[in-house]
Each structure stands twice: as C-alpha cells, then as structure tokens.
Write a protein that binds this ligand. Structure first.
Ligand SMILES: *Cc1c(COP(=O)(O)O)cnc(C)c1O
Ligand code: SF4
Length: 351
C-alpha cells in the first residue's frame, strides 16, 4: 500500500481517543462527532502544540458546533440551484466547478460542505462521462475547476481519466484543481501523481492553507514538487476566529506561502454554515487584515478578500476604502499609512 493511503487509513476518526489525548469530555465529543464526523491524519495531529491552538481548532470536534443560529444554512452557496448535472455546478459565464470527490484527507470543522461528510461519495465513470458531455456541449466554458471534497483522494488513474476527459474539450483552456492534500496529507503528492498532472498543462492548483504552522518541512517539499513541475500554485484561506483572525498571523502565512511559490489568491469570509458560529468574524476584521497587508508587505502577498454571497450570488471582493472624499474631479485618497493625497481626475473633464 502506498504511504499516503496508510496514513489515511490510520487517520484518527475516534472522538473518544481524541478526548483522551487532549483531556476533553469524551461524551461531548462523541455527540458532536455523530453529527459531523472527524478525520485527522496523524501527521497533522502531531503538529498541534496545545489544545485550542490554531491547528487544533480546525480539526477537533467542538461542542460549540451543535449550537447554531437559524441564519446558518445547510446549503449557503445555493449550489443546488446551479447544479447542471450530478457533478457540475455552473454559476459564472466562462467557468464551472466539477465536483469529483466527497472525501477529504482531513475534515475541517468549518467546512462549507459539512453536510457532505455524512454522505461521502465516490464519483462513478458514468458521472464523469456525463459531466464531460456537459463541458463539451458548453463551448462558452474556458476554465474547469476540479474540486470536491478533495480530488487528490481519488486514485491516480481516476485523476488521470478525469483530466484527460476535461482536456478532450478543445475550448477548455485551463484546468484548475482545488485541494488541501499538500497541506494535510503532503505524502499524497507523489512523483507519480506529479508525472500525471504535468501532462495536462496549463494546470493551476489552489491549495487551502489557514495558518503558518501548517507549512512544515514535508508540506513545503510537496509544494516544491508541484511548482517544479511547472504547475502554478495559488492559495485559498478561510478567515477563522482563533485560527488566523489577526493581521500578524495572516501576514506570516501570506509570506510563507510566497516563499514556497504559492501566490495568495483568496481569503474567504467564513460561509454561513451550520455549526460554525464560533469561527465567525465580523467583516470589519477582514477589512482590517487587508489594510495591514496592502502597502505593508509585498503586493504579491496580497490576496483578494471575498464573501461568497449566500443564496448563490457568487464571490464579491471586500476592500478597505482608500477614497476619502470626492468633489467633482478632486479626489482625496489616503495611502497605506494614512497620509492624505489629492488626485485630480482629468480624463473625464476638459483640460
Ligand atoms: C468559486 C467558484 C468558481 C471560481 O471562481 P473564481 O473567482 O474564478 O476563482 C467557479 N464556480 C463556482 C460555482 C464557484 O463557487
Ligand atoms: S479541505 Fe475543504 S472541502 Fe475538505 S473538509 Fe476542509 S474545507 Fe471542507
């Protein structure tokens, strides 16, 4: 058996053992686990420094998950409405999601697809073929985003079959894969997998990272493998209370990603999902974080901060306001350190 499969088989799924390990109430954890199961590879578990630290909060069941407000929904992104066939969600004119796996190497406690933990699915060849037929019929599509769950939990030959199927549509210019395995199961990024991926350029991989402590030696090595294969790497981060909701943590994370050839792409406001109340931050905190990045560290380290609008509205960027005042063509801006500058917008006026 391949090493990554062994690690996955041995991943912790027993809430009672977790309770023992961290000195928590086993009954309480069991109750949470019945509703939202856990799965944590030992390699990730070992990186936890103390109960309640940023890595702990992401993966250990928390009784807080069972207290939810009615605003928090089961399908916050309205994906059911945009479902085109079993595995395709299309919300935008030129790109679509292709959901190929219901499984992840680690189950994040704040997951948008939490409802799916209970109905873990493996995609059939028939569903792949049906999805591919949709992609081939829709010549307006240029970009297919293969996601899940985690696509890299599938076997190599299944991944190759999916990539080959998508590539068979001539109008598909780029393929993107969304995954968290380089972060939570870096052993999955084998030489063989990379050899397969390389055949399907231009290929982009967006990796889910939430905290600088996640980037240890094996994780950085897996990123190097992917980058050396010419794959363009981006990151996606979820803004989470008690994990990364401070400017300093976020700055360190963005820098560490860049150092490892991962271009920070998105920071997401935590979706409105059941059982995530204790992770939620006010929008103002995200804006503050963005202000602390812009100008204060490399522009390359600046991702977009977005909300994926409830009800299926799609992603909208949230940015700090740098335009303080506007009268006619006179605009007053503040820069990153708060100094004010006058800009005269001449293009629209007689000179
Ligand atoms: C996020 C998302 C995409 C990709 O959006 P980008 O802004 O291009 O990264 C595509 N389709 C759906 C349904 C999405 O949620
Ligand atoms: S890796 Fe993504 S899809 Fe998988 S459990 Fe975590 S947040 Fe959910």
């Amino acid at each position: 058996m391949e090493k990554w499969k062994k690690i996955l088989c041995n991943a912790e799924r027993d809430p009672v053992k977790l309770a023992e390990r961290f000195n928590l109430d086993p009954e309480a954890l069991k109750q949470v686990n019945d509703m939202f199961p856990c799965r944590i590879p030992d390699t990730f578990l070992k990186k936890i420094k103390f109960p309640g630290d940023p890595l702990f909060r992401q993966c250990i069941p928390d009784p807080e998950e069972l207290t939810s407000r009615k605003e928090l929904m089961d399908d916050p992104l309205g994906e059911i409405r945009f479902k085109k066939c079993e595995a395709i969600v299309q919300k935008y004119p030129d790109r679509c999601l292709f959901l190929v796996s219901g499984e992840c190497a680690m189950y994040c406690r704040f997951c948008t697809r939490k409802r799916k933990f209970r109905q873990s699915f493996v995609i059939t060849d028939k569903d792949i073929d049906r999805a591919t037929a949709y992609i081939r019929e829709h010549s307006e599509l240029r970009d297919v985003l293969i996601s899940g769950g985690d696509p890299f939990l599938l076997d190599d030959d299944k991944i190759e079959y999916i990539l080959r199927s998508v590539r068979s549509a001539p109008h598909i210019k780029i393929i993107r894969i969304g995954t968290r395995t380089p972060c939570v199961l870096p052993e999955r990024i084998t030489a063989k997998l990379v050899r397969i991926l390389k055949k399907f350029h231009p290929l982009y991989i967006n990796i889910h990272f939430n905290h600088p402590d996640e980037l240890d030696e094996p994780v950085c090595r897996s990123l190097k493998r992917l980058a050396d294969a010419g794959i363009v790497l981006g990151s996606q981060t979820v803004l989470l209370k008690g994990v990364n909701d401070s400017p300093e943590t976020m700055k360190q994370l963005m820098w560490k990603l860049l150092e490892n050839r991962v271009k920070p792409y998105y920071i997401f406001q935590c979706d409105m999902i059941y059982g995530t109340k204790h992770f939620r931050t006010p929008l103002s905190q995200g804006i503050k974080i963005m202000e602390s990045l812009r100008g204060w560290c490399s522009g390359m380290a600046n991702p977009h901060f977005v909300i994926d609008l409830p009800g299926g509205g799609g992603k909208v960027p949230i940015t700090p306001d740098y335009l303080l005042n506007s009268q006619g063509n006179k605009k007053i801006f503040r820069n990153y350190c708060g100094e004010e500058y006058l800009y005269t917008d001449l293009a629209d006026f007689d000179l």
